[in-house]
Design a protein around this ligand. Sequence first.
Ligand SMILES: Nc1ncnc2c1ncn2[C@@H]1O[C@H](COP(=O)(O)OP(=O)(O)OP(=O)(O)O)[C@@H](O)[C@H]1O
Ligand SMILES: [Mg+2]
Length: 318
Amino acid sequence: MTSQHNRPAIAVTGLRKSFGDHLVLDGIDLTVPPGTVFSLLGANGAGKTTTVKILTTLNRADAGEARVAGHDVAREPDAVRAAIGVTGQFSAVDKLLNGAENLRLMADLHHLSRAEGRERAGRLLERFDLTDAARKPAATYSGGMLRRLDLAMTLVGNPQVIFLDEPTTGLDPRSRREMWQIVRDLVADGVTVFLTTQYLDEADELADRIAVLDGGRVVAEGTAEELKRRIPGGHVRLHFAGEDQLDAARRVLGQATREGDALALRVPSDGSLTALKTLIDRLDERAVKVDEMSVHTPDLDDVFLALTGNRTTERVTN
Ligand SMILES: Nc1ncnc2c1ncn2[C@@H]1O[C@H](COP(=O)(O)OP(=O)(O)OP(=O)(O)O)[C@@H](O)[C@H]1O
Ligand SMILES: [Mg+2]
């Protein structure tokens, strides 16, 4: 039992994939603990969907190993499929069917009994706020409703691991937040979520760990905070009540630069607890009074641009 719980939900080593002479994945390693959200970031064409397709058995790797929910994706694809749900970059909803029919179709694919299928479809429609729309053709749904239906369809099979490939692309801010809450609820229920996204605030908001894919490799991996600390630009902003305090702080801190004419100094810092404590102790020792203090870390957009060198790896193959 214990080993089951400690086992990674996803474990990938040395994954490689080329399309013709185009090397897309050049040996990637990933480990995702169960009950967490893992986000894979990368520019257009970096290989995110390719990774998702390999992990969900829709595509085969050229080399390397991948286990999902404890099963090898190449050797035990059926066991992997039984344990996962996938919401692809492009919707799986059949627009000619209504919401309830789409869900019941999924229930049939999962070999649920008629009664069970109806019951589960009903519960999911309610959970995703689609009860009123259940009898309307999906073609009439808004983008947000389609995404919710798509995700509801993924959940029909009670998956342990869910792959969400750009789940909120094209959604308005409110629908995106609803989707985030759904993801959080899933994780609270113990589900593992593998998420790709172009929205770095989404990864920041949801992901326990983030990996950045570039040039076929994972160029950085860690929590959002760890990634932000890796790049320069972080600083602590100190605001003072008067010139005398600002000057005193300047003498104590050395490295500080003044922010224009404001009564504020910027001190380069990685924003870590240790760095902040050292800074506060130094000011305290000299009895320098700080009016306000704020930590500015680079956001994930800065991290992404720094790590991927603004490169675009998109390539059209015919
Ligand atoms: N079946 C295929 N045949 C040939 N090339 C492919 C195939 N699938 C993907 N590629 C190529 O592999 C590269 C990675 O594609 P992939 O779809 O994994 O990128 P992505 O990171 O998901 O991009 P996006 O952010 O645009 O969704 C691209 O250059 C793409 O053109
Ligand atoms: Mg993609």
